[in-house]
Ligand binder design. Structure first.
Ligand code: ADP
Ligand code: MG
Length: 299
């Protein structure tokens, strides 16, 4: 069994109904039937939500998503209604809370990849395909793809793996029209974001979006283009043929799989607390990603 090492108790706020505890976010419904999304400082790795929190992480993810939603607003509408704190919410929710439209979520992780790594690389090594899409010979870990591709996955419960699926499978599940719109929008948004990141010396290797529908309109939801949903690589260190340094959980993953952690990520036992130095380094990485992408100072 994997999942939460320590199952969080949701905070109760008068006037809000708690709906769901995600890996990172707590979801509530307010009196106007809007979604209140609160990003915690929790971190997940290897299908576990770790017992140690990363200071500032929830705020960085929230502020970075807001910045991206603005950059993308002419391409696709998003779910954000307001950043006001709901009445009676704890002060600690400031900066990490979004009031959003409650959507009918499309049960697909809309992934775009411009580079080969991770689960894409694994499939490529076996079959020269990713999500069933044929790719040329000779690609390696970190290679740029001839063109960005849509590589959807099914969304798993906490503690389960997401699973890559073919476009045809998505079309079977959600219908051909929704699948087509999902692919088109995912690639358009990825293309825009990748240009913006490139200007800042960052390669957006791949990213995951979640979409929902409101009255027949496709809306960009969840978090967008954060280090939790994307692979960001410093462009000046990019070198295909090895795993790339990145602005994400790599630091934590490296420590968890090192002898220092004493933990077997393939075993049944829950992961240990992170050491202070790993926590500080990881928090700094999230802030660095925010500052480099937005060109604003994190206060
Ligand atoms: N506008 C929205 N309407 C309804 N659900 C949403 C919306 N935006 C995001 N969600 C859902 O909120 C949850 C966000 O919490 P998170 O901690 O990321 O959960 P997960 O463990 O499922 O990734 C996800 O399940 C996501 O699908
Ligand atoms: Mg999520």
């Amino acid at each position: 069994m994997t999942g939460f090492v320590v199952k969080p108790e949701p905070i109760e706020v008068p006037g809000l109904v708690h709906l769901h505890t995600g890996k990172v976010r707590e979801l509530y419904r307010d009196a106007q039937d809007r979604l209140v999304m609160v990003a915690s400082d929790r971190m997940s790795a290897y299908d576990w939500v770790l017992p140690t929190e990363i200071p500032d992480k929830g705020r960085v993810l929230t502020q970075l998503s807001l910045w991206w939603f603005d950059q993308l607003a002419d391409l696709v509408p998003n779910h954000v209604i307001s950043t006001d704190l709901p009445a009676g919410a704890p002060a600690d929710w400031e900066g990490r809370t979004l009031i959003c439209r409650r959507l009918d979520m499309v049960p697909v992780e809309a992934v775009a990849r411009g580079y080969l790594t991770g689960s894409g690389l694994k499939e490529y090594e076996v079959s020269r395909t990713v999500c069933g899409l044929a790719l040329p010979e000779g690609l390696t870990d970190g290679s740029e793809l001839p063109a960005p591709i849509f590589t959807p996955a099914t969304k798993a419960e906490v503690g389960e793996h997401d699973e890559n699926v073919s476009y045809e499978e998505v079309a079977r599940r959600v219908g051909a029209d929704v699948a087509a719109e999902l692919r088109q929008t995912t690639l358009a948004v990825y293309g825009r974001a990748r240009e913006i990141a490139r200007d800042r010396g960052i390669i957006l290797a791949d990213t995951k979006f979640e979409f929902g529908y409101d009255d027949g309109t496709l809306i960009l939801a969840d978090e967008v283009l954060t280090p939790d949903s994307s692979r960001f690589w410093p462009a000046d260190a990019w070198q295909p043929g090895r795993s790339q340094p990145s602005f994400d959980k790599q630091f934590v993953r490296d420590w968890l799989t090192s002898p220092a952690s004493g933990w077997d990520h393939r075993g049944e036992a829950p992961p240990p607390e992170l050491p202070e130095a790993v926590v500080a380094e990881t928090s700094a990485k999230y802030v660095e990603a925010y500052e480099r992408l937005t060109r604003m100072r994190w206060l």
